[in-house]
Design a protein around this ligand. Structure first.
Ligand SMILES: [Zn+2]
Length: 272
């Protein structure tokens, strides 16, 4: 591996975390695919029927009034057996098996893409890619994906397009290097969701994928971003550091002076 420095991902399925994430993912919008949806609903219903207070406690729905009435201690006492019973059930074992299979898929895809994708990210950002992360994998038919700090990533999603897992694992890794503000998030999306995706899969951007609320920022930065891509030395932190530079110089130089001033004003007024 180049310079012995590389990103190391430790993929894992943790029973307690998988149970809590699966039980907490209630409602249609929590699903990323209908595949295995029935298995997930069967498991949720089984757990709900087994012990409602334990279910509520695990998913953060235990009410203050239940605590006031002394329910908390009773439920805490029941919790270890509740979890043991769930883990032993064939309904959970199915969820676990499907998640474990997805872990192997992610790991394989990550390794297959690692050389090309890491070289691309390193080149695009100038970052030293040498961190280790724990990646907690959840069921692929549910939505999950975040960087939790302390080199910990949560991940699980349907493979909506080729190399989806690779692109979004890089997205989460980049949060650890770049940050969480809307501006930083938009730049992360330009690097991973847009540039890396189109490098691996072909096609072009826009149209953008990723978070809807970041589309405007990405559009505003686009010209400056394309200019950045053409420069020969890349330093993503410098690129982000200078908001005036990013958001104002991105205006097409052929735009007449009057219009240009108006646009700058409008962008500033938007608070970016
Ligand atoms: Zn993100």
């Amino acid at each position: 591996m180049r310079n012995n420095k590389y990103i190391k991902l430790n993929f894992r399925v943790d029973d307690d975390y998988l149970i809590v994430h699966t039980l907490a993912s209630m409602g249609k919008d929590r699903f990323s695919s209908r595949k295995h949806q029935k298995n997930i609903l069967v498991f949720q219903n089984y757990a709900w029927k087994k012990h409602k207070p334990c279910y509520n406690l695990l998913v953060g729905r235990f009410s203050a009034i239940e605590i006031a009435k002394g329910g908390l201690q009773k439920t805490l006492k029941r919790l270890p057996d509740f979890l043991k019973e769930l883990k032993a059930s064939k309904r959970y074992k199915k969820i676990y098996r499907q998640t474990e299979e997805y872990l192997k898929f992610c790991e394989r895809q990550w390794n297959d893409n690692y050389f090309v994708s890491s070289e691309a990210i390193e080149e695009l950002t100038g970052l030293r890619l040498n961190k280790k992360f724990d990646v907690y994998i959840t069921h692929p038919s549910l939505r999950n994906g975040s960087y939790r700090g302390s080199n910990t990533i949560e991940w699980g999603h349907n493979e909506d397009w080729p190399n989806y897992a690779t692109v979004y694992l890089w997205h989460e890794i980049l949060h650890s290097y770049i940050g969480w503000s809307d501006k930083e998030h938009a730049i992360i999306e330009l690097i991973a969701d847009e540039k890396l995706r189109t490098m691996l899969n072909g096609g072009k951007y826009p149209p953008f994928v990723g978070h809807k609320h970041l589309k405007n920022i990405k559009q505003k930065v686009l010209l400056k971003w394309k200019k950045y891509l053409k420069s020969n030395k890349h330093n993503i932190r410098d690129f982000i550091k200078n908001p005036h530079d990013i958001f104002c110089n991105s205006i097409n130089p052929t735009v007449p002076q009057e219009e240009k001033r108006f646009k700058v004003k409008k962008i500033r007024a938007a608070g970016y």
